[in-house]
Design a protein around this ligand. Structure first.
Ligand code: C2E
Ligand code: CA
Ligand code: CA
Ligand code: CA
Length: 268
């Protein structure tokens, strides 16, 4: 503690100061990460529960930091959004994921997460168009996962971009459904092809049944996230989900492990 100008004690917050410094250090490294080739994309399989076969993979970014090790996306994606790096990182993920998916057998799709602020940099539609063209991936094999946060700032602008993306054949999923304020109105007002039920509801049969019934009646696919046990998988299937994703099926894996997972399910 120090004494301020008026003779009062003020408590200098070392914890706060250290946090700000750590954040600046992380931001500094993040600015260089793309050029240094420190990002990777991992892929987690998604199982179609009615056809009982793989529907595709979700692309999940990984940052392999030379000192910190693997930095989880929850730690650096929000920072990338705040400091204006998300457009370039998002473009890198889209290109990498489309190029990888173009090598997979024809029926398999790839789902790519889009951060809310990517709708407000004016680059999303041109970036997706370019990633599809460069990879040769047909638009219908790409799904973009967005969260309701994206819809809050300027819903009309987001709707305009989603409509342009759908014209390319691209599918749209509403991610993490149930965690925020997503309303039933939003589900109907935007052209979603899929709703992904957040993993915090994996054991909540009442919520799962309601969302599954609603999504299905609106013609959407219904994905259960965070499926960790065979028992959960059985119940989620009974409760009307049409797709499942989670550690029980597989953790996210590097691209080189994807053929092995595809083989395992084809031969199962
Ligand atoms: P998300 O989009 O909801 O992705 C699902 C997260 O749940 C992933 O964490 C995945 O590894 C994890 N997960 C999958 N199955 C299970 C399970 O059975 N149990 C548990 N406990 N977790 C499971 P991850 O890869 O750490 O990603 C965290 C979040 O970071 C993602 O949540 C997404 O919001 C964001 N993110 C990841 N990659 C990207 C990206 O390329 N771009 C953007 N904008 N965001 C990304
Ligand atoms: Ca997601
Ligand atoms: Ca999710
Ligand atoms: Ca999430």
């Amino acid at each position: 503690a120090k004494v301020d100008g008026r003779g009062r004690f003020v408590f200098f917050e070392p914890a706060l100061h250290e946090a700000a410094q750590a954040r600046r250090a992380l931001e500094f490294d993040l600015r260089a990460a793309l050029a240094l080739g420190q990002f990777e994309v991992f892929y987690q399989p998604k199982l179609h529960l009615l056809k009982n076969r793989l529907s595709g993979f979700e692309a999940l970014i990984r940052w392999r930091h030379p000192v910190r090790g693997l930095v989880p996306p929850d730690l650096f994606i929000p920072l990338a959004e705040e400091v204006g790096l998300i457009a370039r990182i998002g473009e890198w993920v889209l290109r990498a994921a489309c190029e990888e998916a173009a090598r997979w057998p024809g029926g398999l799709g790839v789902a790519v997460n889009v951060a809310p602020s990517q709708f407000y940099t004016g680059t999303l539609v041109p970036t997706v168009t370019a990633a599809l063209a460069a990879s040769g991936l047909p638009g219908h094999r790409l799904e973009l996962e967005i969260t309701e946060t994206a819809l809050l700032r300027d819903g009309a602008e987001v709707l305009r971009q989603l409509t342009a993306l759908k014209a390319l054949g691209v599918r749209i999923a509403l991610d993490d459904f149930g965690t925020g304020y997503s309303s039933l109105t939003q589900l109907r007002s935007f052209p979603f092809d899929r709703v992904k039920i957040d993993r915090s509801f994996a054991d909540d049969a009442v919520v799962v049944r309601a969302v599954a019934a609603l999504g299905t009646s609106l013609g959407m696919g219904v994905t259960a996230e965070g499926v960790e046990t065979a028992d959960q998988l059985r119940r989620l299937r009974e409760d009307g989900c049409t797709e499942a994703q989670g550690y029980h099926l597989s953790r996210p894996v590097p691209a080189s492990d994807v053929p092995g997972i595809i083989g395992r399910y084809v031969n199962a």
